[in-house]
Ligand binder design. Structure first.
Ligand SMILES: Nc1ncnc2c1ncn2[C@@H]1O[C@H](COP(=O)(O)OP(=O)(O)OP(=O)(O)O)[C@@H](O)[C@H]1O
Length: 643
């Protein structure tokens, strides 16, 4: 057992210092709410706080820390930051989950704590059809179940009904029969009942949140168990918390000794001293008497980019808090450029030139570059893919939207590690992850050495089988199941409780095999073919391309934002929402941001009328649009070598 240290002995790990407000938040022993702009080190603050609490023993065994994020990437990122720094026995008391995973796990473990009228059957299915967009169909189905005609429900606004009545505005009553006789509530309860009594029941994550809140409210034993387990709770990206999720947090931890730390960006992304605590962050601060901490440093971006961020913020909100570089540095290598092209072909050609230059001349790893677009990637990628194919050697561009979730799954990581080791590449990291997994899945009483020998045999079996396996999903699945048997599928599921219920685990396995087989290319040997396919899935040499929404929480050396034009931003009637998107895109960059405008795209003329506001903001920050066809494009962009 590692010795704990005193709070006075503790200092930030892996970074030289924290800004004062961050240091206070890290060491605080009361509820807190940290607000900060992009790149301020919010995630880093949580990693430091975990380090502080575990290393000093303020969070003493067997108690744990629960960190809840919105996206799997963010949860994994935080988990990795903690695992890298702390000894294993301390890091293992840090649970970094998404809200969905936390809720689903609670429901699955304590399903019987729900009254029978609200209890889904054991093998319930997750429905992706039950969602706001289908509110009209849902409402019509409910009406027909109650023997009503379309005329009876014509006056009910569909989406409002879904959000305010069916899902949103109220925690569930303990007895489903107690709902008022009001038509909208009758329809909502009819739908709940219909979903729950089906064999199997069908529910979505929003319904799960509601059920978990009820489960916690009705069962003091479950609530107290949760409070006893978790001495500290971290809530990341708290500004995005929905009222459903907030209700769970409140029921679970209000008036308890568990200490909560919420961190977030104010909703509108522009912080003002007066308005930093807004919306759900303000509610949390009031309900939990949480002390506010406001951070104003930016550790991510070069000073030139921070200056532009500050200027953009002031354009939108004159009271905005001006960000400062984390180290006080006032100049660096930051660049922001906006280029106008005649059409998307010229744009694609120029971007492919820049990518080639960045990877080959500036030595920027492909994964340090990101191509963003406001909406559907596929609309922007085709011309670019064609252009890049001609010059890319050793790298490619990859649409991340489809794979991001699959790649964050533990089972994908295990299978990828096994294939990596079996095909003989970058063995050490993958091998040690597999060994660690083996250590936790090996039943007590079975020798470590025997288990390790079994793993080696399993990998040998995999290597031999891959040599003769055709790229057909069923065959690959069989081979991979063979290697998973070393860990024991049931023991793996116990380790990753999201796989216990339903057929989610099997679906992921199939998805992984399908993807790998699609990417298998006949190479010199089948092993090379599988290795290339895996690298293509993991995207080791790929430049990621994604929507701004997906990029939240991520950072890159260079960000290229395609299509700063009306077709992408049709929502500027809501400038706060779109200004927010623009900010997120801009603030992902450490050193370089390039925006593009193409006069023709999707076969039609593109305009800057609705987006003029964004161009005005950039112009006020000193960034002017440049006509790329009149420039020697690449020579106009100063080199930034990757260190
Ligand atoms: N105190 C610090 N000293 C040095 N570097 C830091 C510090 N805090 C954070 N960083 C670095 O700054 C970058 C941004 O940090 P982090 O991702 O935690 O910010 P964030 O506020 O969560 O960002 P965002 O909300 O914009 O995604 C990371 O590369 C991180 O390693």
């Amino acid at each position: 057992m590692k010795r704990t240290i005193t709070p006075e002995e503790w200092s930030p790990v892996g970074v030289s210092s924290l800004e004062q407000a961050a240091e206070f938040a890290v060491r605080s022993e009361t509820n807190g709410v940290v607000v900060a702009g992009p790149g301020a080190g919010k995630t880093e603050l949580l990693a430091q706080r975990a380090d502080y609490l575990l290393r000093t023993g303020i969070c003493a065994p067997p108690r744990r820390i629960l960190a809840i994020s919105f996206k799997r990437d963010a949860a994994r990122n935080l988990e990795e930051r903690v695992a890298e720094r702390l000894p294993k026995e301390m890091a293992s008391r840090f649970d970094s989950w998404t809200f969905d995973k936390f809720s689903k796990q609670m429901l699955d473990r304590f399903r019987k704590g729900l009254p029978t009228c609200w209890r889904p059957v054991d093998n319930y299915e997750l429905s992706f059809w039950i969602k706001e967009q289908n509110a009209g169909r849902i409402l019509e189905n409910c009406a027909s179940a109650l023997g009503l005609g379309l005329g009876d429900i014509a006056h009910i606004p569909r989406r409002e009904w879904y959000n305010d009545v069916f899902i949103g505005a109220f925690p569930l009553l303990e007895d489903i029969a107690e709902y008022s006789d009001d038509l909208e509530y009758r329809l909502a309860t009819a739908f709940w009942k219909g979903c729950l009594v089906r064999q199997p029941s069908i529910i979505n994550f929003q319904m799960i949140s509601r059920l978990v809140e009820l489960q916690l409210r009705m069962n003091p034993a479950i609530r107290n168990g949760l409070r006893a387990t978790y001495a500290f709770v971290f809530l990341d990206e708290f500004q995005d918390t929905t009222n459903l999720q907030y209700d769970i947090v409140k029921t679970a931890f209000h008036d308890s000794s568990t200490i909560l730390t919420a961190v977030g960006d104010p909703k509108q992304c522009i912080m003002t001293w007066a308005g930093a605590l807004d919306g759900v962050m303000k509610t949390f601060a009031n309900d939990f008497s949480a002390k506010p901490y406001i951070l104003r440093r930016n550790y991510r971006s070069e000073p030139e980019l921070i200056t532009i961020l500050g200027s953009l913020a002031k354009q939108i909100e004159p009271d905005a808090i001006e960000p400062a570089h984390g180290t006080g540095k006032t100049s660096g290598e930051g660049q922001c450029r906006v280029f106008e092209f005649a059409d998307d072909r010229a744009e694609a050609h120029a971007i492919s030139q820049l990518l080639d230059y960045s990877v080959k001349q500036e030595n920027i790893p492909p994964r340090e570059i990101c191509i963003l677009c406001r909406k559907l990637v596929v609309n922007y990628s085709q011309e670019l893919f064609r252009s890049v194919e001609h010059r890319a050697e050793g790298y490619g561009i990859r649409d991340e939207s489809s794979l991001q979730d699959l790649l964050a799954e533990p089972i994908t990581i295990i299978l990828s590690d096994a294939i990596t080791v079996a095909t003989g590449t970058s063995e050490s990291e993958s091998w040690s992850r597999l060994q660690e997994l083996l250590a936790i899945t090996t039943p007590k009483g079975k020798g470590r050495r025997t288990a390790s020998r079994m793993l080696s045999l399993g990998i040998d079996y995999l290597a031999a089988s891959l040599l003769v396996t055709e790229p057909e999903p069923d065959k690959l699945l069989e081979v991979l199941q063979g290697v998973l048997a070393v860990f024991g599928v049931e023991r793996l599921k116990q380790q990753f409780p999201q796989y216990i219920q339903g057929d989610y685990f099997d679906k992921l396995m199939t998805q992984f095999c399908d993807n790998l087989c699609t990417r298998f290319v006949s190479e010199a040997s089948p092993l090379d073919g599988w290795r290339t396919a895996l690298q293509s899935i993991i995207g080791m040499n790929s430049i990621p391309m994604m929507t701004v929404h997906k990029s939240k929480g991520l950072e890159y050396h260079t960000v290229i934002f395609m299509g700063l034009e009306d077709a992408a931003f049709n929502n500027l009637k809501d400038p706060v929402e779109e200004g927010n998107n623009f900010f997120v895109a801009f603030s992902r960059a450490k050193k370089r941001v390039v925006f593009t405008f193409s006069r023709r795209r999707f076969g039609s003329q593109q305009r800057q009328t609705n987006v003029q506001l964004l161009y005005d903001w950039l112009a006020a920050a000193g960034v002017q649009i440049e006509p790329a066809d009149q420039l020697d494009f690449l020579n106009g962009i100063p080199s930034i070598q990757h260190e």
